[in-house]
Design a protein around this ligand. Structure first.
Ligand SMILES: Cc1cc2nc3c(=O)[nH]c(=O)nc-3n(C[C@H](O)[C@H](O)[C@H](O)COP(=O)(O)OP(=O)(O)OC[C@H]3O[C@@H](n4cnc5c(N)ncnc54)[C@H](O)[C@@H]3O)c2cc1C
Length: 316
């Protein structure tokens, strides 16, 4: 049986990582978590052996967390270190693994023991394939895609808590110039029931207002393809879905002006129903959509908004 050290900055992340540890029948589970965010009651039902509490967790850069994780790995000797597939953990785990000469795999979607070997699944060749990798050397550091897993139910139990000292940023090879809090609009995409997503089919930034109005009428969250966030900067980074962004699984995903390249689709395939609005009938998204709307979005969205307003509709 393998022991696991979890890194998580929020309760939802901790629950998912605990579920992954359950899935592989981990023997000892420890977690490095923020001191303030996660309450004792939630922790007690997770069957942890030890919780390491770190003040200001989310303000510490990967360079600062690296030393803490290395010390924990050396002291506790876990078989696995796992954390959510987010930018900070991808960077932190890569750095730490290099320092420990350990294997590191990012964006893992599934873990299981197969003939005594731990086998990890993750997207391969831009998300068009799945690779299965058997881990031969431990400890291994893995970032895991968040998909809403939940741990097995347990009675509340006792566990040890250890306060971890905040590292001094001054000793690192970097200098903090300023800290700016990012205003996040809307709910977390990974929990949304309905998502309206926009792509490069929109000609101007102002045109996104149509999609915002539609999302509001449907009680949906607004998301986007990568170029809308990363290349054009029309929407914040945390709103892009796909291989390098959020992986989501809403009940309804409405993709508007999105071609449906594999790197996009890999992050939305778990949606229950996919609707594609794209006036190019040969766009790949039509092959994966449950409902295809091969119409110009500039005609379709105003018409749909009109109908919804007439019906006074708002999705429950
Ligand atoms: C390593 C790597 C990781 C990546 N990760 C991601 C990721 O996480 N998420 C992601 O989205 N992409 C990702 N990409 C980029 C991905 O390959 C595509 O380039 C991107 O998804 C395309 O975005 P798009 O569909 O908005 O734009 P386009 O491919 O340009 O498609 C725009 C679509 O809009 C349609 N359109 C145009 N005008 C209209 C109109 N008036 N009405 C209706 N439809 C119209 C067009 O027919 C076209 O199909 C990644 C790429 C790489 C290499």
């Amino acid at each position: 049986m393998i022991s696991v050290l979890i890194l998580a900055g929020e309760l939802d992340e901790l629950l998912e990582m605990r579920a992954v540890a359950d899935q592989i029948g981990a023997s000892v589970v420890e977690a490095l978590i923020p001191e303030a965010v996660i309450d004792g009651e939630s922790l007690a039902s997770l069957g942890l052996k030890r919780a390491y509490l770190l003040e200001g967790f989310d303000e510490i850069p990967p360079e600062g967390l690296e030393k803490i994780v290395i010390d924990l790995v050396r002291n506790s000797e876990p078989g696995l270190v796992i954390g959510p597939s987010k930018k900070i953990y991808r960077e932190l785990f890569a750095r730490t693994a290099q320092n420990l000469s350990s294997p590191c795999l990012t964006d893992c979607t599934n873990l299981e023991f197969n003939d005594g070997r731990l086998v990890v699944e993750r997207p391969f060749l831009g998300g068009g394939y799945v690779e299965r990798v058997a881990i031969k050397k431990f400890p291994a550091l893995l970032t895991i895609q968040l998909t809403g897993r939940r741990p097995q139910a347990r009675e509340g139990g006792s566990f040890e808590t250890v306060r971890v000292s905040r590292p001094s940023i001054e000793n690192l090879r970097l200098r903090r110039v300023s800290v700016e809090k990012i205003e996040r609009k809307g709910a977390d995409l990974s929990k949304a029931r309905v998502v309206v997503s926009v792509g490069r089919g929109f000609k101007r930034r102002e045109d996104l207002k149509m999609a915002e109005d539609l999302a509001q009428l449907l009680g949906a969250e607004l998301a986007c393809s990568r170029p809308i966030a990363s290349d054009l900067g029309w929407m914040p980074e945390e709103k892009h879905v796909g291989l390098s962004g959020k992986w989501i699984s809403p009940q309804l995903y409405i993709a508007i002006g999105i071609s449906g390249q594999v790197q996009h689709m890999v992050g939305v395939r778990n949606s229950r129903i996919i609707v594609a609005v794209n006036n190019d009938t040969s766009a790949p998204i039509h092959r994966e959509a449950d409902y295809s709307v091969p119409i110009d979005l500039y005609q379709f969205i105003p018409a749909l908004i009109k109908v919804l307003k007439e019906k006074g509709a708002r999705a429950a």
